[in-house]
Design a protein around this ligand. Structure first.
Ligand code: B12
Length: 211
């Protein structure tokens, strides 16, 4: 059965099989939304769960995410055609002064796997760039990543810039990165914090009340 094979392929990070079986499933008449919601997303959710309990590690998570991306390459045009509503739009970026992006990319991949539309601003993103992106893309959520103790301050500055631009009430803000804690998130006035990519997608859904 193709859906199960796709689920297993994404879980194992077998990109070749994920792509081939996605095509096979479409050829069998299974719809793109069914493949996404019944195979790819549950597989990435399971990867996130296994990562959270320490049974999968970063390289396996990256490989699984890449396998899912291969399936998504095939599915995306069909999903757009089918006008599938995303669960929400998220602007993500690594804050000013910080070039670390592995964790941020993982979070973005997990969010994409959970059905979110992602606008990735990259690394070293200034408060002004975050503000401009929120004005342009009107996301439901902004995700900020900081890996250096010296760049944590950029999170606070970005939140201040969003407030000054009158945008703070319009978006939820989620923060993360190795030095970030719930306590820090509370102090700077973020709406949420997640310690890893698996919990980030659950947290994002909970924050937006989408499951
Ligand atoms: C890889 C790495 C680099 C690479 C980055 C490559 C890249 N493309 O990202 C390079 C070599 C460029 C680099 C450079 C530097 N690094 Co560096 N780097 C690391 C290292 C080894 C791994 C980071 C990583 O990718 N971890 C794996 C990912 C998956 O984990 P993660 O980032 O924590 O992300 C997870 C969670 O935090 C969370 N998360 C992350 N972002 C977000 C966002 C949201 C919204 C949410 C909800 C969750 C979330 O989910 C992620 C997935 O589960 C760490 C050490 C470490 N063990 O962390 C040092 C480390 C972060 N680096 C460090 C330092 C000092 C530097 C440099 C200053 C070194 C130098 N002197 O030049 C420069 C700074 C460059 C800059 N301006 O940013 C220090 C920071 C110390 C500190 N406390 O500030 C560390 C801790 C090493 C150390 N022990 O000294 N680094």
């Amino acid at each position: 059965m193709s859906l199960e094979t796709i689920y297993e392929a994404v879980l194992k990070g077998d990109a070749k099989t994920a792509a081939a079986e996605t095509q096979a499933a479409l050829d069998e008449g299974i719809s793109a939304p069914d493949i996404l919601h019944q195979a790819c997303i549950p597989a990435m959710a399971e990867v996130g769960r296994l990562f959270e309990i320490g049974e999968k590690f970063v390289p396996e998570m990256l490989i699984a995410a890449r396998a899912m991306q291969q399936s998504l390459v095939i599915l995306k045009p069909l999903l757009v055609e089918a006008d599938v509503k995303t669960v929400g739009k998220v602007v993500v970026g690594t804050v000013a002064g910080d070039l670390h992006d592995i964790g941020k990319n993982l979070v973005a991949m997990m969010l994409e796997g959970a059905g979110f539309e992602i606008v990735d601003l990259g690394t070293d993103v200034s408060p002004e760039k975050f503000v401009a992106a929120v004005q342009e893309h009107e996301p439901d959520l902004v995700g900020m990543s900081a890996l250096l103790t010296t760049t944590m301050v950029s999170i606070g500055k970005t939140l201040e810039a969003l407030t000054e631009a009158g945008l703070r009430e319009k978006v939820k803000v989620m923060v993360g990165g190795a030095p970030i804690t719930q306590d820090f998130a509370d102090k700077v006035g973020a709406d949420g914090f997640a310690p890893d990519a698996g919990s980030a997608s659950r947290m994002a859904k909970a924050m937006l009340g989408v499951g």
